[in-house]
Design a protein around this ligand. Structure first.
Ligand code: XIL
Length: 299
């Protein structure tokens, strides 16, 4: 195959990309994105601050720009993200307790209603665990509403759009030996045992010198899949774009039947949130890098 999306489709998977609405008028960008990828995640446009800038007033202008571009070009869409401590609008950052809990529920219902039946996977909850060795939940206004906020988010999401796969998404949960990975694993096992609706786990996979790729990533993916959830690589980028690391990630996903697909977090290095790390598959001129060829050959 000659594109990432078509190559991934040979095994029933997708190869996706994060799209920024502000770049959709850049024809170099859209040409690459349309040619190579068959799944789209909005980089920022479906987040809480973008979709509900004032409480109870939803704005899907930018989100729909990304969504419509994707669907008009035949791509599936991952929704990102409904409940998160970051990129909250000011009105939400200032809420707490029962009021915030209700605002979270209303937000999930409002966004999921707009896209009901149209989103393949939703990142319902993003980044709810602490880094380091504690294995604890991350402190946030949402966490302070009560430890059950995550399961409430998932139950709300299931009722709002029963067709969507509901994912928990996080970073630094790729290494099986890390406490954060084990903490998320224990949560998912508990949810499956108690019937809390969860369908998938997203591994952001922002690999860099502080959080390097480790070959036990495959064990992690296999272990989560064995709990009865799908897994996905949702925000892949690699500091320096090592072709070997990129190929290893592809091979890890392909080795796990329940690995749905891979999304890279941007098109060109210059589009990346970490552009100084030149972590992506295309350089700033839109040329394919060595990592691109490595990924294509691995798929
Ligand atoms: C990042 C975007 O790429 C940036 O443009 C934005 O300024 C901050 O958020 N984990 C996530 C993503 O789940 O939403 C983040 O995206 C990167 C880390």
């Amino acid at each position: 195959e000659s594109t990432l999306g078509a190559a991934a489709a040979q095994s029933g998977r997708y190869f996706g990309v994060a799209i920024a609405s502000g770049r959709l008028n850049d024809s170099v960008y859209t040409t690459i994105a349309n040619r190579e990828f068959n799944s789209v995640t909005a980089e920022n446009e479906m987040k809480i601050d973008a979709t509900e800038p004032r409480r109870g007033q939803f704005d899907f202008t930018a989100a729909d720009r990304v969504y419509n571009w994707a669907v008009q070009n035949g791509k599936e869409v991952r929704g990102h993200t409904l409940a998160w401590h970051s990129q909250q609008p000011d009105w939400m950052r200032n809420l707490s307790g029962g009021t915030l809990r209700q605002a979270m529920i209303d937000h999930i219902n409002g966004v999921m209603a707009h896209y009901r039946g149209k989103i393949v996977q939703w990142d319902v909850v993003n980044e709810a665990f602490e880094d380091g060795n504690s294995g604890a939940r991350r402190d946030s206004n949402l966490q302070r509403t009560g430890n059950d906020w995550i399961e409430v988010a998932f139950r709300t999401a299931r009722a709002a759009d029963p067709a969507a796969k509901l994912c928990y998404n996080d970073y630094n949960i790729e290494n099986w030996n890390w406490a954060k990975t084990q903490a998320v694993y224990n949560m998912v096992r508990d949810f499956k045992q108690r019937g809390v609706p969860i369908d998938c786990v997203g591994f952001q996979s922002h690999f860099n010198s502080g959080s390097p790729y480790d070959s036990n990533f495959r064990t992690t993916l296999q272990s989560f899949a064995a709990l009865g959830v799908d897994v996905a690589i949702t925000e892949l980028d690699v500091q320096g774009a090592s072709p070997t690391t990129y190929a290893n990630v592809v091979n890890d996903c392909l080795a796990v039947e329940r690995c749905l697909g891979i999304t890279v977090w941007g098109v060109r290095d210059t589009d990346s949130w970490r552009s100084e790390q030149t972590p992506l598959l295309f350089d700033g001129n839109g040329n394919k890098k060595a990592a691109y060829t490595s990924v294509l050959n691995a798929l």
